[in-house]
Structure formats: structure tokens, C-alpha cells
Design a protein around this ligand. Structure first.
Ligand SMILES: Nc1nc2c(c(=O)[nH]1)N[C@H]1C(S)=C(S)[C@@H](COP(=O)(O)OP(=O)(O)OC[C@H]3O[C@@H](n4cnc5c(=O)[nH]c(N)nc54)[C@H](O)[C@@H]3O)O[C@H]1N2
Ligand SMILES: Nc1nc2c(c(=O)[nH]1)N[C@H]1C(S)=C(S)[C@@H](COP(=O)(O)OP(=O)(O)OC[C@H]3O[C@@H](n4cnc5c(=O)[nH]c(N)nc54)[C@H](O)[C@@H]3O)O[C@H]1N2
Ligand SMILES: [Mo]
Length: 768
């Protein structure tokens, strides 16, 4: 009988207790100390040992044959090669590109979540390696809350520190009367936190709010964006219309004298400008509740009643990150800040606003007490970057210009693209366009665990060890715990730890010592742990040595500020704690942004209708497509695991459709349907439910893209919403992804649906 062992592992969705038998992970359960462990763990065994694993280095056939254009990337077969051969090819190609184009010819933005673990972090390793050979073009920002990152510094201050400073949920439970949630606060999303989460506290903290009598309003196209325990009032508005709704609320406050002029005068600048916009003095259109009803579909009386309720007690305004992942996504955030300022409760316990509650497990629940140790990425001598969501734009327009933060910038020419730890052929918008864009570089290298659509678009694919196949330690970026991650099993096939891959490449390029500093992965782990230990010591925490830690249990530390109230210091003394904005105050009007003179972002928050609607696409494509985060996995990760597969409908990703919309199209529960628009089409499995607002359909992100290149628009057989989303960004201020704004039509799929092939490996060939 084979030996059975139980060991800890850490993932972005929590600590797992893995059972290992016969060299395989057979199950992963939640940690007993976690009150709401994530079921995503159940995907690990099937995916880790699944058919989709990249087992050997592989090279695209036409590229290897020296005829790279013979078959397009993403449609070609692969030839498996030895590690020696693969690394020789990469070393030669790096040398050629650097000589011909300089390091500015290498794009390694490499956006993506990869996996948990402080040392074996895919992007950090790749960036450190490339920095030892002269650097690379990077990407700036993220797909999560990029508009917040770009807008907030102008109007309140740096967004990342603001989420760390978010008012804690127990404070809200104690002091708030009402929480108004734009975009809801989906519990399914709070399974996850970047780098890991040791205990899932959100459900418990929300339940405590309800017990204390806090009421919730859910302004979202999806009823289940509010946890059932909240018994929230559901007020669905047309997607993309939040700014109009907020303007209607603000207008009511103003007209009924429910706003706080003293707060506005003392703590903000530019209220007069929005006042003129609200009343219509600026443009002849009063943004009253009746106007807002026309834009949002929410009854004017309901808008007025909500405004009065918000002013009557302590109100927290919450904006989900998803709301800024829309056309003009800067506006609802700016307007939420304005609305909160009008209520005058910013800096009071349980009042004010927050952008980002519900975006992960920890915001408003816990923070790390000090910075964990990490490996240095070195210094990148190439200063050039692109805003992260401009990947297709860059590849299709080398040398082209674009606006960003008031500057006019130029796209570099990416001759070599290297991706490690992300899946752009899941995460980027308009995948058919990305497919075209990925034909332009000379060489694409992808490090992957699985044969994702991105790996299939590479010329050289390097098989890498998964998190469970290497020793590391877990410590979430906003979590308070340190988690031992002993290696559970040996890497599948010939997969290798990425650090070792770069060490070998560095040796080929004569920079081994620069990259490794003479250390093995194990040596680095010791060093990073000691760094963590010494930082802990400064804060009064006594951490064990590496070996004891690795053999032990999770170490949970204290929340550094359990009673935190966002912007309390600013409210208490704005001279001592000015905001890092040009005026030192909250900028309802920003001279800086106004000075950029942009067509799609003015100097104050303003209403812009969603683009597809403004372009008259509402008739041909009557349904709004929402594409939020999946409950059953992390983005596209582990889509081939048991839990994710168990929620597929007819083998495809479920699409939520309202009974009225389904009936009008003859669509029954469980049917295979086709979603389509001018950009693309995909199959999905119908889930007919009144959880979704009429006129909206909801298709989760992350089903592995499965294009059928023989079908019209390379129809995706599996249900990835990004074949339908547009590749326009929020605005030229921040150039952020706007994935939630798309229009589609849906029809029943007639005939025999084609099988889904996304979870199979690609075709392999003999060497050309
Ligand atoms: N339509 C639409 N699109 C969206 C969104 C949306 O709301 N709607 N949301 C967006 C958001 S918020 C995000 S954050 C992105 C997420 O997009 P990504 O972060 O790109 O998605 P993941 O599926 O997490 O991709 C991580 C990849 O890393 C691989 N991986 C895991 N561990 C390792 C490792 O150790 N080394 C290497 N080399 N690879 C590893 C996994 O196999 C996986 O393929 O998607 C965005 N896309
Ligand atoms: N289980 C799981 N959890 C995750 C992730 C995952 O992949 N799986 N991903 C993580 C990541 S990287 C991120 S960034 C966060 C994302 O967290 P969020 O950005 O908050 O999540 P989303 O699901 O994109 O959007 C939340 C909700 O916003 C609503 N919404 C969309 N458009 C509009 C609109 O115009 N107006 C209004 N009022 N509502 C709208 C949708 O109904 C959607 O359910 O989730 C994290 N948590
Ligand atoms: Mo994200």
C-alpha cells in the first residue's frame, strides 16, 4: 500500500490541507481554522495531474522550420524538444533580438496572477532574469482596478494605500445604518486575495452587520452580487449607468438641501463646478432624478427615496471594482467620491466611500502587519512601458502614438514577447483581435503549467512546476498570516522550477552570478525567510527558523489596525494630514485632468453613455453582457479541475439569462446557445434564472478559449466572454480595461454542438 501523507499548501484562495498518495495529490481540503474555506481547492488534483499539463519543452512547428508565418500562431502544431535545445534556442534568440533591436525589443509585461508563494513568483523571476541582461519593456497597472489606480491620485490619493486603509467591517457593523453597494459585493469574489488568505472573514463580518441592523442596497445587474444573508434591497440599473444614477442622487441631495456645505467647503475643491453640472447651469440639462430614470431604468421616485435615506443616517457608499471595469469607468468612482463628500461623512466611522470592498477576501477585514521578504527584481534599464491593457494596440501599432495621463506616448516595437504567469488569451478583451496581434512579433515565449490558449500562441513553451511541486512560503499581500508550502509532489513530466530555468539560461548568456548570486532556490528561501523574520522582529513578532516554520502550521499575526476608519486623520486635521493631491483636498474638480483636455474624461465627473449603445448597437445586440469573476476557479486557473467542470452546462460555461429573455428566444434551461456580436461568437450553456436583470446576460470569465478556426468568427466552443468584449479602454486618461461594457445577442444553437477541445493538449508533430 502506498504511503498517505497530509501537508499544507497555499493558494490565492486559501490554505489547503493536501492528501498525497502514490506521488499524487489526491485531495485538498480547507484548513480547519478557516471559517469559510474555498471549494476552489477541489480543482487542484484533477488539474495538477490533468491531460492539459505541459510535460516537455515544445517549439511551434513552423517557427522551428524557419517559416514562422506558414501557419498562424495559435493554429500550429508543436514539436517537443529537449531542455538543452529549448534553452539554446532562447539564448540565441535573446542575443539576436538584443543585438538587432536592443532590449527595447523585448516585451515582458507578463501580466497575470500566476500562483501563490513568495519566492517562486513567475513574473518576479522573469523580470529579475531579464534585468540581468539589460531589461525589457514592462506593463503598468492591472486588469482589476486600473481606472482607480490612474484616477484616484488626482482626486484623493494613491489607490493601493487607500484600500489598505479601508474602514474595517466591524467598524461598519457598529456605526453604519446603510451600505449602498454599486456593483454589489459578491461573496464569491472574496474567496480570493492576491498571494493568499488564511481565513475567510467576509461572510462572518457581513452577517455581523446585519445582526447589528445595518441595511444594504444592491445596485447591480445580478441579485447574487449581494450575499443572501444581507437581505439587500435589489435596485438593478442598466449596466454602465451608475454615474447617471449617482448624479440623480446628488441632484436630489442638492435640491432638498440634504448635502453638507460645510464639509464641502472645508475638505473639497471644485464643488461649484459639479453643482453647475447638476443643476444644468453648465450644459442646460438638469441631472435630476427624472433624467437619471431615463438613463438607468430606475424609477425617479426610488432614486429620490434612496437619496433621502442616505442623508438620514450613517451611509457607506461602496463601489465594486467591476463598476470601473466599464466604458468611462473613472466616472462612477469620481462621482461616488463626490456623493460621499456631499453627505459629509467621509472620515467618520461607517460613513464615506470605498472603492473595492468585495474585490478580494481581505479589504476591510485584515491587513499584513509588515512587509514580507521578497526576492529583488533588480533594476530595469529600459524605462519604456505600456498601460497593461494596450497589448493588442501595441502589437498592431508599433511606433504608433496614444494618450495616457495627459502625455502623448509612443508604442515600442516588440520583437520578442515573453509571458510567464498570466493568460492573456483568457484575460484580454476581443480575443480575435489579440490573435491577430500575436502574429506580429518574431518570437513568443510562454512559461506555463498547462496548455492554455496563450501557450498555444507561443513559439517556445517551457513546462514549469506548479505551486504544489516546489517548496515556498505563502503570505498574502494583504493577509496577516505566513503559510508553509512544502513541496507536495515532484513536477509532472519534465517540468522545472522557473528559477532553475533562468539560472541555466543566465549561464548560457554569461550572467549566472548576477542572476543567482551563488544561491540555489533553497538558499534564497532561507534568505527571504530571514528577511521576513527580521522585519517581524522590528514589529515585536518572534518567528521561528525556516526549518521549524516549514514543518509547522500557519502562523497568524495581529491586524495592525482593527479599528481603522478611512480618512479619519484627514477629517480630524486636514492641515496636519493633507491629501497628496495638488490642492491637498478632495478634488471634485481637477485642474490637472481638465488641463489634459481629453474628450472622454473632463475636469469633473460627468455622464457618458456606454459606447456600444451610443454607437447605435442596442438594436442589433439588445443584451448587455456582464463577465465577472467565476465562483468555481480563479480566472482561468484550474478550469479543468473537478469543481469548475461540475458547474459547466452541456460541457460549456454557463450563461445566466432571464426567463423573459430566454423565452423570447426559445431558449430552455440547459440548452447550448450561441452568443454573438460584430466581434465574435461563442457557445455557452443556458442557465435560465431571474437572478439576472432582464436585458442582461452574465457569462463568467475564465473558460479556456476554444476557437474553431473553421467556423465563422473562429467561434469559441467553450464560452469565453472575451471573444465578445471590445478592446476599447475606459478613457484616454487611464487606458484601463472596460470588459463589462459589451452588447450581444443570443440564439439557440441548432444542430450537434461541437465537442470542447480546450482542455486537451495541442497536436504534436515530429521534427520538421
Ligand atoms: N471579460 C473580462 N475579462 C477579464 C475580467 C473581467 O472582469 N471580465 N477580469 C480581469 C481581471 S480583474 C484579471 S485580474 C485578469 C486575470 O487574468 P490572469 O491573471 O492572466 O488569469 P489567470 O487565469 O489567473 O492566469 C494565470 C496563468 O498563470 C499560470 N500559472 C500558475 N502558476 C504559474 C507559475 O508558477 N508559473 C507560470 N509561468 N505560470 C503559472 C496559470 O496556469 C494561468 O494560465 O482577467 C481579466 N479579464
Ligand atoms: N472566485 C473568484 N474570486 C475572485 C476572482 C476569481 O477569478 N474567482 N478574481 C479576483 C480578482 S483578480 C478581482 S480583480 C476581483 C474582481 O472583483 P469585482 O471587480 O468586484 O468583480 P466582478 O465580478 O468583475 O464585478 C462585480 C459585479 O459588478 C457588477 N457589474 C458589472 N458592471 C456593472 C455596472 O456597470 N454597474 C453595476 N452597478 N454593476 C456592474 C456585475 O454584476 C459583477 O458581478 O475578484 C477577485 N475574486
Ligand atoms: Mo483582477
Amino acid at each position: 500500500m502506498s504511503e498517505r501523507q497530509t501537508k499544507l499548501t497555499a493558494s490565492h484562495w486559501g490554505v489547503g490541507l493536501a492528501t498525497i498518495e502514490g506521488g499524487r495529490v489526491v485531495s485538498v481540503a480547507g484548513h480547519p481554522a478557516d471559517p469559510a474555506a474555498s471549494e476552489i481547492n477541489a480543482n487542484i488534483p484533477g488539474s495538477l495531474h490533468g491531460r492539459a499539463r505541459v510535460r516537455r519543452p515544445a517549439v511551434r512547428k513552423s517557427w522551428l522550420a524557419g517559416r514562422p508565418g506558414a501557419v498562424p500562431r495559435g493554429q500550429d502544431s508543436f514539436v517537443e524538444v529537449s531542455w538543452e535545445r529549448a534553452l539554446d534556442l532562447i539564448a540565441a534568440e535573446l542575443t539576436r533580438v538584443r543585438a538587432a533591436h536592443g532590449n527595447r525589443g523585448i516585451f515582458a509585461g507578463s501580466y497575470g496572477w500566476s500562483s501563490a508563494g513568495r519566492f517562486h513568483h513567475a513574473q518576479s523571476q522573469l523580470k529579475r532574469f531579464l534585468n540581468t541582461i539589460g531589461g525589457f519593456v514592462r506593463s503598468e497597472g492591472n486588469y482589476s482596478y486600473n481606472a482607480a489606480l490612474g484616477l484616484m491620485p488626482h482626486i484623493v490619493g494613491p489607490y493601493r494605500s487607500h484600500v489598505a486603509q479601508a474602514t474595517r467591517w466591524p467598524v461598519i457593523a457598529k456605526h453604519a445604518d446603510l451600505v449602498v453597494m454599486f456593483g454589489g459585493m459578491a461573496l464569491r469574489n472574496t474567496q480570493v486575495s492576491d498571494g493568499g488568505v488564511s481565513r475567510h472573514r467576509m461572510a462572518g463580518n457581513l452577517a455581523a452587520c446585519v445582526e447589528n441592523g445595518v441595511s444594504f442596497v444592491n445596485i447591480s445587474p445580478l441579485r447574487s452580487d449581494a450575499a443572501e444573508v444581507l437581505r439587500a434591497e435589489w435596485m438593478p440599473a442598466r449596466p454602465g449607468s451608475d454615474t447617471a444614477l449617482m448624479l440623480g442622487l446628488a441632484h436630489t441631495l442638492l435640491r432638498e438641501g440634504l448635502h453638507d456645505p460645510a464639509f464641502l467647503a472645508r475638505y473639497t475643491v471644485g464643488f461649484d463646478r459639479i453643482e453647475a453640472y447638476l443643476t444644468g447651469a453648465a450644459d442646460g440639462v438638469a441631472k435630476d432624478a427624472d433624467w437619471a430614470e431615463a438613463q438607468t431604468g430606475v424609477a425617479a421616485e426610488r432614486i429620490r427615496a434612496l437619496a433621502r435615506r442616505m442623508a438620514a443616517g450613517r451611509t457607506m457608499i461602496s463601489v465594486a471594482a467591476g463598476v470601473q471595469r466599464t466604458d468611462y469607468g473613472e466616472q462612477p468612482m469620481w462621482m461616488a467620491v463626490t456623493l460621499a463628500a456631499m453627505l459629509g461623512q467621509i472620515g467618520l466611522p461607517g460613513g464615506g466611500y470605498t472603492v473595492g470592498y468585495g474585490v478580494n477576501a481581505n479589504i476591510g477585514n485584515i491587513e499584513r502587519p509588515f512587509r514580507w521578504g521578497t526576492i529583488s527584481q533588480g533594476v530595469n534599464p529600459v524605462t519604456d512601458f505600456i498601460p497593461v491593457a494596450m497589448i493588442s494596440e501595441m502589437l498592431l501599432n508599433p511606433g504608433g502614438s496614444y494618450r495616457y495621463q495627459g502625455e502623448t506616448r509612443t508604442f515600442p516595437e516588440a520583437r520578442l514577447v515573453w509571458w510567464a504567469g498570466g493568460n492573456p488569451f483568457h484575460h484580454h478583451q476581443d480575443l480575435n483581435r489579440l490573435h491577430r496581434a500575436f502574429q506580429t512579433p518574431d518570437t513568443v515565449i510562454v512559461n506555463e503549467v498547462n496548455w492554455t490558449a496563450t501557450a498555444r500562441h507561443a513559439d517556445i513553451v517551457l513546462p514549469v512546476a506548479a505551486a504544489q511541486e516546489r517548496t515556498d512560503f505563502g503570505a498574502g499581500k494583504s493577509d496577516n498570516a505566513l503559510v508553509p508550502m512544502p513541496r507536495l509532489v515532484a513536477p509532472v513530466g519534465e517540468a522545472r522550477v522557473e528559477y532553475d530555468i533562468y539560472a541555466d539560461l543566465a549561464a548560457r548568456l554569461g550572467v549566472a552570478e548576477d542572476f543567482t548570486e551563488g544561491k540555489t532556490a533553497d538558499g534564497w528561501l532561507h534568505e527571504i525567510w530571514e528577511l521576513t523574520r527580521s522585519r517581524g522582529r522590528e514589529k515585536g513578532f518572534d518567528l521561528p527558523d525556516w526549518e521549524s516554520f516549514l514543518a509547522g502550521d500557519v502562523i497568524a499575526l495581529d491586524d495592525p489596525s482593527p479599528d481603522q476608519v478611512f480618512l479619519a486623520g484627514y477629517r480630524a486635521d486636514l492641515e496636519a494630514h493633507p491629501l497628496p493631491t495638488p490642492s491637498g483636498r478632495i478634488e471634485i474638480f481637477s485642474e490637472t485632468i481638465a488641463g489634459f483636455d481629453l474628450p472622454d474624461c473632463k475636469g469633473h465627473p460627468a455622464w457618458f453613455p456606454p459606447r456600444d449603445l451610443a454607437a447605435g448597437q442596442g438594436a442589433a445586440y439588445p443584451l448587455a453582457l456582464l463577465s465577472g469573476q467565476p465562483k468555481t476557479r480563479l480566472h482561468s486557473q484550474l478550469d479543468n479541475g473537478a469543481y469548475s467542470l461540475s458547474h459547466k452546462v452541456a460541457g460549456r460555461e454557463p450563461v445566466l439569462i432571464h426567463p423573459e429573455d430566454a423565452q423570447a428566444r426559445g431558449i430552455a434551461e440547459g440548452a447550448v446557445v450561441e452568443l454573438y456580436n460584430a466581434r465574435g461568437r461563442c457557445l455557452a450553456g443556458a442557465r435560465v434564472t431571474d437572478e439576472v436583470h432582464p436585458g442582461c446576460v452574465f457569462l463568467w470569465t475564465g473558460a479556456w478559449w476554444d476557437p474553431d478556426f473553421a467556423a465563422p468568427q473562429a467561434r469559441d466552443r467553450h464560452g469565453n466572454p472575451n471573444v465578445l468584449t471590445h478592446d476599447l479602454r475606459t478613457s484616454s486618461l487611464t487606458q484601463s480595461p472596460a470588459a463589462h461594457s459589451a452588447r450581444v445577442e443570443v440564439r439557440r444553437f441548432e444542430g450537434t454542438p461541437p465537442p470542447v477541445e480546450a482542455h486537451d493538449p495541442p497536436a504534436f508533430d515530429a521534427a520538421p
